[in-house]
Design a protein around this ligand. Structure first.
Ligand SMILES: [Mg+2]
Ligand SMILES: [Zn+2]
Length: 193
């Protein structure tokens, strides 16, 4: 049976926006973020992280460091009985320095590649699925895929929302103070039998 998904951006949405996260110590989860993911788990949505990690293409950190960061993330989730169904990342950037990743790919948000991959791995009810992120490009990404979207005001969200939204062509379905607020909105507004 198909299940709806909550697609989650990572930096600025789940963890503090730190620029390039080149050490696991710089991975700091935001207040109530793990609790929010636990609610996603309990509500029956898939929890799928979709994150651009151009720092790999740019040579700022190696894929092994990213793996260590994610191991830390999974450990923090497990401590609170929460989990992510899957995490997808895009290591590419067309202007990168590391040759194998310096390509014009189809997975760097707002391109749809990572969700298309998720659609191969899971049976997803896209009609009831939602994207949550802290950047306008997450909202555009959602729109391109026909997903509902929520902008969180953590990370870059507050600045983009306050100073840039006059120029936006698409708007989020909801603007949330943080991930927990976003998930609460989903729970109350998206009814899945
Ligand atoms: Mg982000
Ligand atoms: Zn990519």
């Amino acid at each position: 049976m198909k299940r709806p998904a909550v697609f989650l951006d990572r930096d600025g949405t789940i963890n503090e926006e730190m620029g390039y996260l080149n050490h696991p110590d710089r991975f700091v989860v935001l207040d109530r973020a793990i609790e929010a993911i636990k609610i996603i788990n309990e509500t029956g949505f898939l929890a799928i992280v979709i994150t651009n990690q151009a720092g790999i293409a740019r040579g700022y950190f190696k894929p092994e460091i990213l793996d260590q960061v994610h191991e830390k993330f999974y450990r923090l989730l497990k401590e609170k009985d929460a989990y992510i169904d899957k995490l997808y990342y895009c290591p590419h950037h067309p202007e990168g320095k590391v040759k194998e990743f310096a390509i014009e790919c189809n997975c760097r948000k707002p391109k749809p590649g990572m969700v298309n991959k998720a659609l191969q791995d899971f049976e997803i009810d896209m009609e009831h699925s939602v994207m949550i992120g802290d950047r306008y490009k997450d909202i555009v990404f959602a729109k391109n895929l026909g997903l509902k979207s929520i902008l969180v005001l953590t990370g870059y969200g507050k600045g983009e929302w306050e100073y840039d939204r006059d120029t936006w062509k698409v708007m989020p379905d909801y603007t949330a103070s943080d991930l927990f607020d976003a998930v609460t909105w989903i729970k109350e507004n998206i009814k899945v039998k």
